[in-house]
Design a protein around this ligand. Structure first.
Ligand SMILES: [Zn+2]
Length: 134
């Protein structure tokens, strides 16, 4: 691979930082793929982007973080639907038996899903805390 102009500068900068005590790591920058340096401060740094990079410690941790974010998004959606059904319920008269039943059934399902997600999320949190204590 031929070095592109600009890359020379990056290499020079990296060499300078290494001379100053930074370490070359096996991690690469998620934005540009340049190998990351670990500075004396412990911070990871991309010389090309000129930015510090946060390293997620392990793949497992990354999956857990992604899962937690995903689950909380699902929980938000379910909560919104619960509120929407609540609004519909308010508008539905007792004479509309079928409508009431349908709404109540949906509400029950949503509440069940909501409860399960909460349980899953707290399980994930317990797992993470247990790992940190090790
Ligand atoms: Zn970069």
């Amino acid at each position: 691979m031929l070095p592109v102009r600009g890359d020379d500068l990056v290499v020079k900068k990296m060499a300078q930082l290494i001379r100053a005590g930074a370490k070359l790591t096996s991690y690469t920058c998620p934005a540009c793929g340049t190998p990351l340096l670990q500075l004396k401060t412990g911070e990871y740094y991309c010389a090309k982007c000129d930015k510090p990079v946060i390293i997620v410690r392990s793949e497992e941790e990354e999956i857990q973080v992604t899962m937690r974010f995903g689950l909380s998004e699902v929980r938000d959606t379910i909560f919104q639907k619960i509120m929407m059904i609540n609004n519909e319920l308010k508008k539905t008269t007792v004479e509309n038996v079928e409508g009431l039943q349908e709404l109540t059934r949906s509400l029950l399902l949503l509440l069940e899903a909501f409860e399960r997600i909460n349980k899953l999320m707290s399980e994930l949190q317990t797992q993470e805390e247990a790992k940190k204590r090790k």
